[in-house]
Design a protein around this ligand. Structure first.
Ligand SMILES: [Zn+2]
Ligand SMILES: [Zn+2]
Length: 203
């Protein structure tokens, strides 16, 4: 997943920033610890990934009090991943207060890179394309490349091992990027049959 230039806040498909495309009645996620509205980070079109089903995988993080609210931890209430159904989607209205968005909307361009690991692919792509390594926004599907220990979650519904939808980087510009502890990676997981989604980050 590479930086594909600026996109509209309500652009369809996979992007970082902007507002999520949700069905009528969507309730914006709030942090379980501080109670503030969460920051919308990204939406990933599930049709882009074989076996992931349909709809948008949306990721939110509490950015109201950086370093607190356990925004890194799965199921902590300090972050949220949701599957937004692929029907009657409209741009969700962010709450008036709280840090609800990134400073920029970025389109995502998928690039196939032949490499042994994701990090090899990222550095190899940046070098061969003469682009900043920060323009690698993540990777779609496959195996997570952990910065710390393996935290692959299990679904609470079927107890199956959840599959990676995307590993996300903070963003191409530090001024508008997400905060995964300063140079960390985010990990979005899905159990497609159950529709359960989990997010966590490591640094
Ligand atoms: Zn919070
Ligand atoms: Zn399940």
């Amino acid at each position: 997943m590479t930086y594909g230039g600026t996109a509209a806040a309500d652009a369809p498909g996979t992007r970082t920033g902007g507002v999520p495309l949700a069905a009528a009645g969507f309730v914006w996620p709030h942090c379980a610890t501080c109670g503030g509205a969460m920051q919308f980070l990204a939406q990933i079109r599930l049709e882009d990934l074989a076996g992931a089903g349909r709809g948008l995988f949306a990721v939110f993080l509490c950015a109201n009090d950086p370093g607190r609210c356990a925004s890194w931890a799965p199921r902590s209430g300090g972050n949220r991943a949701l599957v937004l159904p692929p029907r009657a989607l409209t741009a969700a209205a962010p709450p008036a207060s709280g840090r609800t968005g990134l400073g920029e909307v970025s389109a995502v361009t998928y690039v196939d890179v032949d490499a042994a690991t994701y990090f090899d692919a990222a550095t190899g792509w940046a070098k061969s394309e003469e682009r900043s390594p920060r323009e690698v926004l993540g990777k779609l599907g496959g195996e997570p490349e952990w910065l710390q220990g393996d935290e692959t979650p299990r679904c609470t519904g079927c107890e199956g091992v959840m599959t990676l939808v995307a590993q996300l980087e903070e963003g191409h510009d530090h001024r508008t990027a997400a905060d995964f502890g300063g140079g960390g990676s985010g990990y979005g997981f899905l159990c497609a049959p159950c529709g359960e989604a989990v997010f966590l980050w490591q640094a």
